[in-house]
Design a protein around this ligand. Sequence first.
Ligand SMILES: [Zn+2]
Ligand SMILES: [Zn+2]
Length: 156
Amino acid sequence: MKLPVLPVEGGCQCGAVRYRLKAAPLGVYACHCKDCQRFSGTTHTLSMVVRAEDAELIVGELAGFDKAADSGRTVRMLGCAQCGTKIWNEPLAARHMLILKPGTLDDMSWARPVGNIWTDRAQPWVHIDPAVPNFPGQPADRQPLFDAFAAEVARG
Ligand SMILES: [Zn+2]
Ligand SMILES: [Zn+2]
């Protein structure tokens, strides 16, 4: 995996929100939980874990609500106040991180997921690669996913 030249930018569907990612993420993985199915309207979402200080809003306004996640934790879901495009989540139990939705990046070609979480909720016809780090629910520790991401980056 080859990281892009940083910073990179992204934004919402209507263009009101633009943001900047200033440093490499800690990891990218797919989440198959019911919340992700519901809010994306499809089988899963991609989650890109970044340090909170590495993501900054350039323009626009984020609005959202506090959601009790399937994990039992509270997650602040933030999206464009105008068009509703989800931009990132703030896990209130881990405020040093943001879970960015990489589909909002202008170019997400480099952001390949290295594993899956909530595979117990994955639809039966979704392919889960058994060779990557997978978790049936919320992992107690995301480190195996971060390690797999770092290994992909090191491989180039
Ligand atoms: Zn918008
Ligand atoms: Zn999820």
